[in-house]
Design a protein. Structure first.
Lengths: 406, 365
């Protein structure tokens, strides 16, 4: 008898759960008169947990939106789950968001592997997978995946911008490349080679890969110097970028140095490497750097500092991830405003695919968000900049490095 | 004791099965599981079906490790490697050779058996913690090897292989969606694998395995070929975990090096310890733990943050966690759970259940 009695409990619980799920109304999932549910997955634990602060700053942003009255009178309920950067967990959490929490859309899921794992599912269910947090090039393919859209400038288009600049200003360059041996590093190298075109074979004299687990890149830098390269393309992450800048100064190698924007943080890379060693480095950018004194009185930057103080006081104000989180959340905010009072999943995608010259607080002056039903790459512009006297100096026009996904 | 088993869903099924088997009602237990398994996806939501499918997959992997550790006394912190190999064999056969998924399972099993057997050879010279370290290295190396350039055209490198266009539909026009069908496939394989596991540990070979675990010298004296049995056990253990990996390729429909990090090896190990070392059905309890407790921990961490903010409203000096920081607490809460569990139930959930059954039997006289 005992077994029989207790055996019924889970059955009842399950029946209840099913009944609850069944009672969801026929209107747009995640939208009521008072609320919009937005889902998100982020690695709050595990190997990539440094990115976790992006999810936290987005949550703080929507807290601010709610405090200021919400979006068309609706409060944003931002539900963010931890996927530990594991693709199977990403799929499980995404399914929970869509099927249990009934979110309107999945916003800013982070990482290339996790996004690949959930892309088929979300497109099958016709749930927006909006502004994915990865720089890979494959996220703007509206024909195959009409419910998936990227956001940040992708690595390949940035590589192309350097190639154009090198062709114009250093037509006889001997190029040496340092890159991280994974999809991120290879995307950069591909962009550079595509940009150089037929001249890539003759111009590139040395390519030096390194593994994320390597302690230093000293030997690679020495090999690059020995190759006789006079232009250096540096596609490395912050730790290795700082190491390479130092090592170059140490061995007296002074090529024209093109540093990828992944590592152009003043506080995180150039200061530890030594400003005198970093003098003259080229890079590109699309976001304002909050550690750069030239933005001190910028209205957008002032708003950001006020936001951090009030809504995310425990957050790190020197971390560019918090600038990124604020900016991408602001972009979604504007999309939801544009989608109007009558929110549907189709309407959100339509609004996201029709952004025209949208400006955001922390995008560099002149850089605007643009999409169309056939262009699912929101930010494709960058600006060239050169490091001088402890800060970045922008020069030349806003450059578009448009690349279409393969 | 002739009462029929209650008709309920799988979760209850696992619990009841545990009791059933403990009291040796083998047949009624089996029929019960069969009915529960067939009814389950028809009544549950899609996401719950998905989770329970994942649970069964983890259970097979944990059972594989348990055969090695619980029944043969060899440690492994590297079973994520075999899980990965199983998943990749299926994924590669499906993408490169257009093989239907079902046919890839035996290949995954065979490849993993060979790998496990070969790894078992050097493992012969390593005991206890040294073996644990060697297998740990295997778990670390595998994701790197999967990105290795010369095999990138097969493995897809760091991008992995996406399979969602190849997920099989239910055959014969059965009115089942992919979640339900995936569950049935997994369920059938689970029954087969656990039948094999039970048969193995209760067989002559199983007794030899256990004898080696308990006392190697004594086992050798009775004529057991130590090296053969130890390497074979390694192979069989890898085979089980490889089959689990293969099924995971079907369920997730995507394989990538990031899916098989060291955290997976640790999860399988935790699942075995929590479920009960040396007890096959414990694999389900272990799987339940590694699948659901992290999710529960996430909710508790959030609740803790809200609670600290709430109390701070009354007591100004009360330490606040901060709503955004609660996200970082998940791991801590999970750790606390684990410590409590091991402290309260040193022999895992299995020990607790057995104790409960014993008490129940005593109470009934």
């Amino acid at each position: 008898m005992t077994i029989k009695k207790y055996g019924m409990v889970p059955a009842l619980a399950l029946g209840f759960a099913v009944a609850m799920a069944g009672s969801a109304s026929a209107q747009t999932p995640g939208v009521t008169d008072k609320e919009i549910k937005i889902g998100n997955i982020n690695p709050y634990s595990g190997p990539a947990s440094a990115y976790g602060t992006i999810g936290k700053s987005i949550a703080a942003y929507f807290k601010m939106v709610n405090a200021e009255g919400g979006i068309h009178g609706r409060m944003v309920n931002f539900i963010s789950y931890d996927d530990s950067y594991s693709p199977p967990k990403a799929l499980e959490q995404t399914r929970k968001l869509v099927e249990q929490d009934n979110v309107l859309l999945v916003f800013q899921p982070l990482g290339t592997p996790g996004n690949t794992a959930i892309q088929g599912y979300l497109n099958g269910k016709k749930v927006p997978q909006l502004f994915v947090a990865t720089g890979a090039t494959k996220w703007g393919d509206p024909k195959k995946f009409p419910w998936t859209m990227g956001w940040q400038p992708n690595y390949q288009s940035e590589g192309r911008i350097y190639a154009d600049y090198i062709l114009k200003n250093y037509p006889n360059a001997k190029i040496g490349i340092l890159y991280q041996n994974d999809d991120y590093g290879k995307d950069y190298v591909k962009g550079l080679k595509d940009g150089l075109g037929a001249k890539a074979k003759t111009m590139i004299v040395s390519e030096q890969p390194y593994e994320v687990a390597d302690p230093t890149v000293d030997s690679q830098i020495i090999a690059l110097k020995a190759s006789g390269a006079d232009v250096f393309f540096n596609a490395s992450t912050p730790k290795f970028a700082a190491q390479s800048i130092k090592k170059m100064a140490e061995i007296g190698w002074k090529p024209a140095h093109f540093l990828n924007q992944v590592s152009n943080s003043v506080g995180g890379v150039l200061k530890p490497a030594g400003f005198e060693n970093a003098e003259g480095i080229f890079s590109t950018g699309y976001l304002k750097d909050q550690n750069d004194p030239q933005w001190k009185d910028d209205p957008g930057m002032k708003k950001w500092f006020a936001f951090m103080d009030k809504y995310y006081p425990e957050g790190d104000k020197t971390s560019s991830f918090n600038v990124y989180g604020y900016t991408v959340a602001q972009n979604l905010h504007k999309v939801l405003l544009a989608a109007g009072k009558n929110l549907t999943r189709e309407g959100v995608m339509k609004a996201a695919a029709n952004m025209k010259d949208l400006e955001l607080d922390l995008l560099l002056p002149g850089i605007k968000v643009n999409t169309s039903p056939t262009d699912f790459y929101p930010i494709e512009q960058n600006q060239m900049m050169r490091f001088k006297g402890g800060k970045w100096e922008f020069f030349g026009p806003i450059i578009s490095g448009e690349v279409r996904g393969s | 004791m002739k009462t029929t088993s209650p008709v309920t869903i799988l979760i209850a099924g696992i619990g009841a099965t545990v009791i059933t088997l403990a009291q040796n009602w083998k047949l009624s237990g089996f029929i019960f599981i069969l009915i529960a398994g067939i009814l389950f996806p028809l009544t549950a939501s899609g996401v719950f079906t998905f989770q329970i499918t994942q649970l069964l997959i983890y259970a097979i992997a944990i059972a594989g490790l348990n055969l090695l550790t619980g029944f043969n006394g060899q440690f492994s912190l590297g079973h994520s490697a075999f899980y990965a190999i199983g998943a990749y064999v299926s994924a590669i056969l499906m993408t490169q050779f257009d093989m239907p998924f079902y046919l890839t399972i035996p290949f995954a099993a065979a490849v993993c058996f060979v790998f496990g057997f070969l790894f078992g050879l050097p493992a012969l010279r390593l005991e206890g913690i040294y073996l644990a370290l060697a297998t740990f290295a295997l778990a670390i190396a595998t994701p790197q090897i999967l990105k290795f350039k010369p095999i990138e055209h097969l493995t897809g490198g760091v991008q992995g292989l996406a399979l969602f266009h190849m997920k099989p539909e239910a055959p014969f026009g059965l009115p089942l969606d992919q979640d339900q069908w995936t569950f049935y496939v997994t369920f059938a394989v689970t029954i087969l694998m656990f039948f094999l596991a039970f048969s193995l540990v209760n067989s002559r070979s199983g007794r030899a395995m256990k004898a080696i675990r308990d006392n190697q010298i004594a086992a050798k004296v009775t004529g057991i070929n130590l090296s053969l049995f130890k390497t074979l056990t390694f192979g069989v253990s890898a085979l089980f975990t490889g089959v689990a990996g293969s099924l995971s390729a079907l369920l997730i429909a995507f394989v990538a090096p990031d899916s098989f990090q060291i955290t997976l090896a640790v999860a399988i190990f935790v699942g075995m310890v929590v479920g009960g070392v040396g007890w096959i059905p414990g694999a389900f309890l272990g799987a339940l733990f590694i699948l659901f407790v992290p999710n529960i921990a996430e909710h508790i961490a959030f609740g803790l943050a809200a609670f600290s903010d709430f109390v701070r409203g009354f007591i100004p000096f009360f330490p606040t966690i901060g709503e955004q920081s609660s996200k970082g607490l998940t791991g801590t809460v999970y750790g606390v759970f684990l410590i409590l569990l091991i402290y309260v139930m040193p022999s895992g959930l299995a020990g607790l259940l057995r104790l409960a059954v014993q008490r129940l039997a005593q109470a009934r006289g």
